[in-house]
Write a protein that binds this ligand. Structure first.
Ligand code: FAD
Length: 350
């Protein structure tokens, strides 16, 4: 294996910031993943796994180690006993898999249309949107354990999925290289319509019995209106999607937060277990960080207050500094801590 040297990582992530990888390799099969691991170990270098780079903030100094771009491909589908078991290699583009499933009439992914990135990253943060998340369909995750060099298989409950989180993301970060993911879908199943925006879009198109294709079209249209699909012509195009997760607080704290906002219409979604989810975007705007607000070469998307966007000349440190200012404003005004959604390489999470 001969890795490339000094490869510009900004070109490999959607935010378009970040310094070089000292070494860089593309792994097209499982043997290449193992070889890359051994190569890095022999040189005592850290190894970083790169998918589509759509949930990453990479430091301006780059990565002093080996970056392995996941390029494993292959999709297999088996239909039996009224379900489809769909297995995809980690390097398959996620939205192409969604498109294929919708076209075949397999329900379960339709609300996850238009999300950038690759299959292997979907279990990482339990990718979700518009009323679905992958933990509802993932059955098995096949992964290389970088500590033991063994290939492991995780069943759904072993993945410890929760809201934008999993075993792979926060319990044992960096330990596993996901090689493939198996999902269970419902052939001929009805689409999920749980989200008011989706209902509204369908109603506007006078669709009362939506197909999977209809829901996919609505989700993509809504996402596009919020600059939440990748589009190189969009001035909000350089982002990693939502920069913060929606904060979850105990019920007991709700009244205090509401009174600090001075607005009884503050959006909230009750959760089981005495907790409530708030809207990060709403809190950010109320704290004075309105859509489109610029801060040097970075700023907030003009179409969604949750996305930090990078413009020409932006650096990772500018992105992180803005994220910190937003966090401080929301904490000072409302006593709520915002947790960043992306993964940070070489730079402390704000
Ligand atoms: C415009 C836009 C909209 C978005 N909308 C959503 C949304 O609606 N919902 C949502 O959940 N996310 C959303 N995201 C975030 C992002 O697209 C997802 O989190 C996606 O799953 C990241 O995939 P990736 O391949 O780009 O991962 P990367 O950004 O390359 O990597 C993210 C993390 O996963 C790790 N990783 C990646 N692949 C593997 C692997 N095979 N094995 C082990 N670790 C791995 C990386 O090391 C890193 O820690 C959005 C992003 C953008 C830019």
């Amino acid at each position: 294996m001969t890795p490339l040297e000094n490869v510009r990582l900004a070109a490999h992530c959607t935010l378009g910031v970040g310094g070089p990888a000292r070494f860089f390799v593309e792994a097209h099969d499982e043997a290449a993943v193992l070889e890359a691991l051994d190569w890095a170990r022999a040189r005592r270098l850290p190894i970083r796994v790169l998918g589509g780079g759509s949930n990453l903030v990479i430091s301006d100094e780059g990565v002093d180690g080996l970056v392995m771009k996941i390029a494993l491909r292959g999709v297999d589908a088996r239909e039996a006993h009224g379900v489809v078991e769909l297995t995809a290699a980690a390097g398959e583009p996620w939205d192409a898999l969604v498109q294929l499933s919708v076209a075949r009439g397999w329900a379960g992914f339709e609300c996850l249309s238009g999300i950038p990135g690759l299959v292997g990253a979907t279990p990482m943060q339990n990718v979700g949107a518009y009323g679905q998340d992958v933990s509802e369909t993932v059955t098995l995750v096949r992964a290389l354990d970088t500590t033991s060099r063994r290939i492991m298989t995780f069943e759904n409950r072993e993945c410890r999925f929760s809201y934008r989180d999993s075993l792979f993301r926060s319990h044992e970060p960096g330990r596993y290289v996901i090689l493939s993911v198996a999902y269970r879908l419902r052939p001929g199943g009805s689409p999920t319509v749980r989200y008011a925006d989706v209902e509204k879009d369908l109603a506007a198109r006078e669709i009362d019995k939506p197909s999977l294709e209809d829901v996919r079209a609505s989700v993509i249209a809504i996402r596009r209106s919020k600059s939440m699909v990748l589009d190189s012509k969009d001035s909000n195009g350089r982002s990693c999607g939502s920069f913060f997760t929606n904060p979850i607080i105990p019920d007991a704290e709700l009244a205090a937060v509401e009174s600090r906002t001075g607005d009884r219409a503050m959006p909230r979604w009750p959760l089981p277990g005495g907790q409530v989810k708030l809207s990060a975007a709403w809190l950010i705007e109320r704290a004075g960080y309105t859509r489109g607000r610029a801060d040097g070469p970075v700023g907030l998307s003009s179409r969604h207050a949750l996305a930090i966007v990078a413009h020409d000349g932006a650096r990772a440190c500018d992105v992180v500094a803005l994220a910190r200012r937003i966090q401080t404003a929301v904490a000072d005004r409302f006593g709520v801590r915002l947790t960043p959604e992306p993964v940070f390489w070489g730079v402390g999470a704000p």
